[in-house]
Design a binder for this molecule. Structure first.
Ligand code: SF4
Length: 234
């Protein structure tokens, strides 16, 4: 479905209203609202940790755009999950890449920028390409959940992304890890094989480690660097 772009003012109003109306709605109903309201100007972003939100969105809007950021630092398992999602699901996978390859970045900033200045590395390889890739959309969905970490505890189901002037939708914000696992099992949803190999949250290989017993899901990301988010969701 092709939909005309909304003005930023309209979008902000829509986000505020839907944030109130859809707080208790099911994830599928939230995505049906997004599909009806934004049509082709709506996309899902996926880190390819699992395909839960992409699966839900495809039920609400077959052929929905699923945006994946290929930082050049992903585990092969993550790229494999992306390829499997593109092959078997009724979605349109769009891969975004940073302006520089890893080799070009190394030449300009020195090797392993992720160890020395992860905020800059994420800004170059995640935040900037997503910023550009989302330009043609009025609304985007994420897989953020409140139970993932203290920094995500206040995630709205529908909110206003003031930085990008877009509606930001987190349809499974209220889900728990158990809810995700139940949906994956019931619907046979694709997941990243690393989730059964000790990883609870999957990001770039140099910045992701397995989690220990009792740690929250995102504690394996940028471990020891005092960093909890890449900057996309701040
Ligand atoms: Fe760079 Fe690590 Fe951020 Fe990936 S997660 S963009 S490797 S700092």
């Amino acid at each position: 479905m092709t939909t005309a772009p909304h003005t930023a003012q309209d979008l902000e109003r829509l986000a505020e209203q839907a944030g109130r109306d859809l707080e208790e709605a099911s994830a599928l109903d939230v995505l049906r609202w997004a599909a009806d309201t934004f049509g082709s100007r709506f996309c899902v972003t996926s880190s390819m940790e699992d395909a839960v939100v992409a699966h839900l969105a495809a039920r609400a809007m077959p052929g929905v755009d699923v945006v994946f950021l290929d930082t050049g630092y992903h585990f092969p398992e993550t790229i494999g999950t992306r390829d499997a999602v593109a092959a078997v699901m009724d979605v349109n996978v769009i891969t975004l890449t940073p302006r520089q390859t890893v080799a070009e970045q190394d030449a300009q900033y020195g090797p392993k920028l992720h160890d020395r200045d992860p905020d800059r590395c994420c800004a170059l390889r995640k935040v900037a390409p997503l910023e550009e890739g989302l330009r043609g959309y009025d609304a985007w969905a994420t897989g953020l959940r409140r139970d993932e970490s203290p920094t995500r505890a206040g995630t709205p189901v529908v909110g206003w992304d003031a930085r990008r002037a877009k509606v930001k939708i987190s349809p499974i914000a209220r889900w728990t890890q158990e809810d995700v696992e139940a949906y994956v099992a019931e619907q046979g949803v694709l997941t990243n094989p690393l989730l059964t190999d000790g990883y609870a949250s999957v990001g770039c290989a140099p910045c992701t480690r397995r989690v220990l017993e009792g740690e929250d899901a995102r504690s394996g990301r940028w471990a020891g660097l005092g960093k909890t988010e890449c900057g996309i969701h701040l």
